[in-house]
Design a protein around this ligand. Structure first.
Ligand SMILES: Nc1nc2c(c(=O)[nH]1)N[C@H]1C(S)=C(S)[C@@H](COP(=O)(O)O)O[C@H]1N2
Ligand SMILES: [Mo]
Length: 181
């Protein structure tokens, strides 16, 4: 490697982790964005969340090896995506069951992520009661941000993305199946 290459590598090594940290500061949130393949990209705060039909679930799950039970209040992720503000997931009516191609990516302020299939939460298909919760045992979520995912039936809390900053809808066509190894 020549001197320029070496300098460039040094700059990358120095900036890399800094840039990653800046994008993922962590910490509680007061808003999140809904982006991607939805009719109207929308910003949600606690007030807008509370306007959605209320969902309530008692959920018992493993978190870091310990059993925890909490009563979560929030809205269904499906209802949030289909409320009048967001207007639903954009689908192509000429593609058979195009909704089944859609992926919902939930990201926390620390860049922790979990994905959900639109078909998993669509009441016509999986109907999973994936919640965007804003209270636990009647209290705001505090260090977990103003909103987190909570899912009745999950054994461990891994998909319960907290400190939500973004809910993004994408299409599996952008990650096509590989035709060869
Ligand atoms: N943003 C974010 N959400 C997260 C995590 C995380 O590291 N960052 N950890 C997950 C894991 S592995 C578990 S077990 C639960 C812990 O949930 P608790 O806060 O109710 O204990 O949060 C989940 N949500
Ligand atoms: Mo966990």
């Amino acid at each position: 490697m020549n001197l320029r290459g070496l300098l460039f590598a040094a700059v990358l090594l120095t900036l890399g982790p800094v840039a990653a940290d800046a994008a993922c500061p962590g910490g509680p949130t007061t808003t999140f964005t809904v982006t991607g393949q939805v009719k109207n990209p929308t910003i949600f705060d606690i007030h807008r969340l509370q306007q959605l039909p209320t969902a309530q679930q008692n959920i018992t799950y493993f978190a870091a090896g310990a059993v925890t039970s909490q009563s979560f209040t929030g809205a269904l992720l499906w209802d949030l995506l289909n409320n009048s503000a967001v207007g639903g997931i954009v689908v192509d009516p000429s593609i058979k069951n195009d909704i089944l191609h859609k992926i919902v990516i939930v990201t926390g302020s620390d860049c922790y992520q979990s994905v959900f299939g639109a078909g998993e939460i669509d009441p016509f298909f999986g109907g999973s009661q994936v919640m965007v919760a804003y209270a636990a045992n009647g209290q705001p979520l505090g260090a977990n941000g103003f909103a987190r995912i909570a899912i009745p039936g999950d054994k461990a809390g891994g998909r319960f993305v907290s400190m939500i900053t973004n809910i993004d809808v994408e299409d599996a066509a952008n990650a096509p199946p590989k035709s060869h190894w």
